[in-house]
Design a binder for this molecule. Sequence first.
Ligand SMILES: [Zn+2]
Length: 345
Amino acid sequence: MSKDLLLKDFNPTSQLVTKQFIVQQARFPVIDAHNHLSFDKWDYDERPVSQLIDTLDEANVRVYVDLDGGWGEDILNHHLDYFKAVAPERFLVYGGIEWNAWSTYENNFGEWAAKQFRKQVARGAEGLKVWKNFGLHVRDQNGDLVMIDDARLDPIWQAAGELNLPITIHIADPVAFFDPLDNTNERWDELHAHPDWRFPSPPYPSFMLLLNSFANLVRRHPQTIFIGAHVGCYAENLEWVGKLLDECPNFYVDISERIAELGRQPYSARRFFLKYADRILFGTDCPPTPEIYRLYYRFLETDDEYFDYGLTDIPRQGRWKIYGLYLPDDVLRKVYFENAQRILV
Ligand SMILES: [Zn+2]
């Protein structure tokens, strides 16, 4: 065999002999606080809802938060009628904001968007999703990029606070998505698979500029509950997230799509879960299958070492393995269910 090997062909088998514990079902009931029902190619709305519910039952997921209600009434109504109406206690559907309408409503955009959100809530939306295009793509009537702490948006956050509904917000993306795509980029495989996920700065704003404006937003609206998606949008730096949690009691985080990040820093992550047990929500952000849920449960519940965080041969987010956090029961109960129940339902 040649001594030269391409990275794409390197797929080593670990020879560690350690215990492996596959968790079939979460130890406590679960609320998946960050997920979707509009995944491309999954066609949930073309299959009986009972199939989805069977999957959730198999994984002990009692409530599924669907962030995909969109911004108009069509998608929201469709999701409410197709999923929620069948099993109201199993689904929560979020609404959203039509950022493209900025050019139409100009400086009144914030008031208009708040009104639209109130209408969605009257129809049945139970939260607001803000997607990561904010700060990267959304432009005002002058064509300028808008930061998330822009005061013109305040009516939206105030409305959510008055309605006592949470905002799940995703700002920026993994830090490596903002870095040059060279041999030092730890998400090299992922960025080659999804070139459109790169946000080199310039022309995009820097990662920290986006995160600091997000922190400002959370500070400025203490009456509004913000759930920072993907471990507060900065899973690589739990100290930064912890400081914002210390400072802002209205701030929560979900762990969706970030067991790879958390599981490669098991000591810091475990300390983070123990300290902020009241502020962390379970979520996956993945098409629901029992196998995906089992990975999350294994990560949270066991002390297994050096295992795959995903189901693919080449790890999707980066070439590393993870370690379980063996969280105590009281923390698991809060993260799986109680925290979400307190602020969502
Ligand atoms: Zn998501």
